[in-house]
Design a protein around this ligand. Sequence first.
Ligand SMILES: [Zn+2]
Length: 446
Amino acid sequence: MTDNAVTDNAMTDDGSWLIKGVTVPASGKHGEEPVSILLGSGSITAIGPDLDHPGARILDAGGLIALPGLVDLHTHLREPGREDAETVQTGTAAAALGGYTAVHAMANTDPVADTAGVVEQVWRLGRTAGHCDVQPVGAVTVGLNGVRLAELGTMADSAARVRVFSDDGRCVSDPLLMRRALEYVKAFGGVIAQHAQDPRLTEGAQLNEGEMSARLGLAGWPAVAEEAVIARDCLLAAHVGSALHVCHVSTAGSAEIIRWAKSKGWPVTAEVTPHHLLLTDELAAGYDPVFKVNPPLRTEADVAELRRALADGTIDCVATDHAPHPVEAKETEWAEAAFGMTGLETALRVVQRAMVDTGLLDWAGVADRMSVRPARIGRLPGHGTPLAPGAPGHLTLYDPAAPAEAVTPAGASKSRNTPFAGMELPGRVVATFLRGVPTALDGKLA
Ligand SMILES: [Zn+2]
């Protein structure tokens, strides 16, 4: 976009950036005056109305907003083991294009990230790729088998400094194991992120249990399978006094249980995915497996309640559950197809459509739900810091007024399984900066 031109000062370039005419959203305020942001030596060195810096490259950011770099608590990077679907390199490139400066990489790789060796491997691959910071999540149980606790302590002490543990993709369904995991991570301030899904109630389940699953003849996935586990885990978190994070909340009832747990002051946090904020099980009518996901798309009433819960803070944050799959895993019969959707490159645009354009959240609220809170929950110091002089130079420049454009499945991700393909979404991520250096510029990899 020529509107947001970059001016080089080749003679005097000292590696700093001056972002001019950008708006920094503040909570409860409207009509903020545009400012300039100066980035140098990895951080924000100044913010003010009329900054100048002779050695800086200048980015004309008129009409753009600046958000602290987005943080994703829930990304499947697929490496090691499924490099045909995604690699750390391609997944983090997709993250940068989506405005993310840090992602948490889920543990259901092959081999599973259940040892210090594997989490350090993923962490190093992230550093080499350089598109965004990669914080590995460790498995709760060995091989995600739900039988024996993994070596949580050695993963925590490793170079990857793991603080979030999850068997995501599977549920830690044994209540005693869940209790022990919560007890274990309490010692070092860790958190157990639960994929809440009762395995017995969801055997063979394909789609949200309701009118739609009955009409299509697909095995139903009852809301209670999610809600029962969340209720149990909230009680366990309270009993142990240790932090529980609920992954991808998908039902109105789940939001209600979390609201109740929070009203008690219990250490519980939760996330919702972009797709659960926008899409419903009606989309399954054509049996297109691009809409097959775990947990499943639910009803319009669920979507409305999830939006409300995110707006009032009951649900703390948006997490993508970016789940890339190769074409052959998705372009098959519904019952045979893999669960999951990509999401990193479209998340912010979906949130604009579902939350901002509906008046439920302002941009300061988006910064809170997509950067500040996920960084806090993910124990990521140095991310999710509100934009101010001295803060790390992680930021996302976004054009909320960019005309709605149809989503194309081709992006930086190796996979194409986006449920938003062809859907017109507003907005555009213009640039992403990591430690003061652009990782994406003019909507392309820098
Ligand atoms: Zn999951």
